[in-house]
Design a binder for this molecule. Sequence first.
Ligand code: SAH
Length: 346
Amino acid sequence: MNSLLDYSYDELECILTEMGEPKFRAKQIYEGLYQGKSISEISNISNDLKQKLLQKFCDYPLSIHTKLVGKDGTIKYVYKLSDGNLIEGVLLSYNYGNTLCVSTQVGCRMGCKFCASTLGGLIRNLTAGEILAQVLFVNRENKGDLKNRKVTNIVLMGSGEPLDNYDNVLKFLKLVSNDDGINISQRNISLSTCGLCDKIKQLADENLGITLTISLHAPNDDIRKSMMPIANRYSIKEILEAIKYYFNKTKRRIVFEYSLVSGVNDSLDSADELIKLLKGFACHVNLIPLNDVKERSLIGTNRKKAYAFMDRLISGGISATVRRTMGSDIEGACGQLRNKILRGDT
Ligand code: SAH
């Protein structure tokens, strides 16, 4: 069952007009929804209208299943969707604001060897409203409203491959950055992809201001193929071509994610190869020591070695940082907590 969050303001107006309601109802409902309220919580519409709406739409797309607060203030959420499926989110606090990591699919079909989200395959795509609800819900849960937002930044780095759910993700990006809603600037949104080249080019043509993040994780196709099945479909050369196209259209600097896996992609030779590959690109490399995943035998590089890799990149003229490990005491990485729950460990 769809929720009202799946619709734009104009679409909501049409829905209400078709139900014989005056247009201003759309404004009342829209405001309530963007404050994070469910249909039944919106106080300025009649019970009769609520009942009519609830026959066609679900009250709210998600509820909290589990919430864990880490020592560093990181909050991990597991939400339950209206069909019972579970997805994850993480709220990270920084000095410039709070970043919410959102999921775009239940599960994932990309099969990356180090990722917990893909272990059970793809279950289904999330609708635009289910992605938006994560933002509005967490904003409200942390006592934010539309003026004083508690979610200021968004990363599409939860479970799922955003570009494998293109239409819903695009609609979400438009809804969440709309002036009349929660109005999160597209400049504060990052979309992370394992590199679906055709979709990257399509996204470049949408004229959005978001940051594109590429999960590269390897300096050459052989290593990449050993970590990510998608590397059999698109070569690194094709990815670089696609992001050149993206950069030329948007003028937005590209970010590369590089998860460091001990003995696989973390040697200084790999760093040198990466320097050659990325030289001349307007880019930044985010190094993330792999979070060990119980179900996988891959082990993260230690921080000392990660910093040595970073220093090598910087001395080769590539902007790079090692990402702070946050929420590691609460299974902060992609898909870890959901799997623990599905395994029955919690
Ligand atoms: N499908 C998208 C977004 C989801 S994952 C993508 O591939 O980019 C978000 C980021 O976390 C990706 O860079 C992904 O490769 C990385 N990641 C997944 N599992 C990880 C782990 N166990 N440790 C470190 N990074 C991981």
